[in-house]
Design a protein around this ligand. Structure first.
Ligand code: CP
Length: 309
């Protein structure tokens, strides 16, 4: 795939080869991402960072990625500070911002918002999370982390635990892992299990996941434990949230049952689903994972803007 001028809306738009192209370019970006080397292939380009939902990692790592490559950033962090609060549509907002920058990164509370934005923007749109929909750039950095830590993703036994219904990162991730021939286990209470659409999609790619609500049952043969937060803000009924809050907590006692080379990942933010004591074990990879957002987003920005490294 020639990524130049392309929208990045869903991981389903990528083939495995295309994902690997981005992961390979992300590897090249590492010394530039941590400041050991400097190159400015995007000098003179502008990133428009529109974040209509809270974010720490995605927003700041896109900014850092752009700045490391020599681009400038304009940004909005709250819908209430834009003319959307006066009734302007997302389509009109995107038409305007499109003329102020060269690439738009959009986080929005509504599923499908990035696809809609891509229809109205001439410049590329990158989906930074659309409601409970998907989060393709998170998936790319998750895959990058797995590949770096494990050497290869093929055949890994990967357990996804927590809020698989509202957690958009796991929707995109399951789609991608099915392309890589990973073995998947979904751990969640029935009310928060993986949506049927994702289960059907990965099934068409030959992946039939195990499902359970008991993490202790499956942790012993996992290679990767991908933990997610219960997405309190997406529950229509607060009582339903209370029924599942705090249901899973990974701590050192639980990890004694795991393989010695198990890696624990989390897209973050975490609340109480990973005990802080786990941070000091060799299993903990979630902070490395968060750093990996920079080289991966550098690779994406370079690819869609035609920057040459
Ligand atoms: N992982 C992730 O999307 O984090 P933020 O919500 O802080 O961007």
């Amino acid at each position: 795939m020639d990524f130049y001028d392309k929208d990045i809306v869903s991981i389903r738009d990528f083939t495995r080869d295309e994902i690997e192209q981005i992961l390979d370019l992300s590897e090249v970006m590492i010394p530039y991402a941590n400041g050991d080397k400097v190159k400015r292939p995007l000098d003179g380009r502008i990133l428009g960072n529109l974040f209509f939902e809270p974010s720490t990692r995605t927003k700041l790592s896109f900014e850092s990625a752009a700045l490391r490559l020599g681009a400038e950033v304009i940004d909005v962090s709250q819908m209430s500070m834009t003319s959307i609060s006066k009734g302007e549509t997302l389509a009109d907002t995107i038409r305007m911002v499109d003329t102020y920058c060269d690439v738009i990164v959009l986080r929005h509370p509504h599923e499908g918002a990035a696809r809609l934005a891509a229809k109205f923007s001439i410049n590329p749109v990158i989906n930074a999370g659309d409601g409970a929909g998907s989060h393709p750039t998170q998936t790319l950095l998750d895959l990058f982390t797995m590949r770096r830590e494990k050497g290869s993703i093929d055949g890994l036994n990967i357990v996804l635990v927590g809020d698989l219904k509202y957690g958009r990162t796991v929707h995109s991730l399951a789609d991608a892992l099915a392309m890589f021939g990973a073995r998947l286990t979904f751990v969640a209470p029935e009310s928060l299990q993986m949506p049927e659409d994702t289960v059907r999609h990965i099934g068409e790619r030959g992946c039939s996941p195990r499902k359970t609500d008991c993490l202790e049952e499956v942790i012993d043969d996992a290679d990767v434990l991908y933990v997610t937060r219960i997405q309190k803000e997406r529950f229509p009924d607060p009582d339903e949230y209370q029924k599942v809050a705090g249901m899973y907590r990974v701590d050192n006692a639980m990890l004694r049952e795991a393989k010695s080379d198990l890696i624990v990942m989390h897209p973050l933010p975490r609340i109480d689903e990973i005990a802080p004591e786990v941070d000091r074990t060799p299993h903990a990879k979630y902070f490395d994972q968060a750093f990996n957002g920079i080289p991966v987003r550098m690779a994406l920005l370079c690819a869609v803007l035609g920057g040459k490294m």
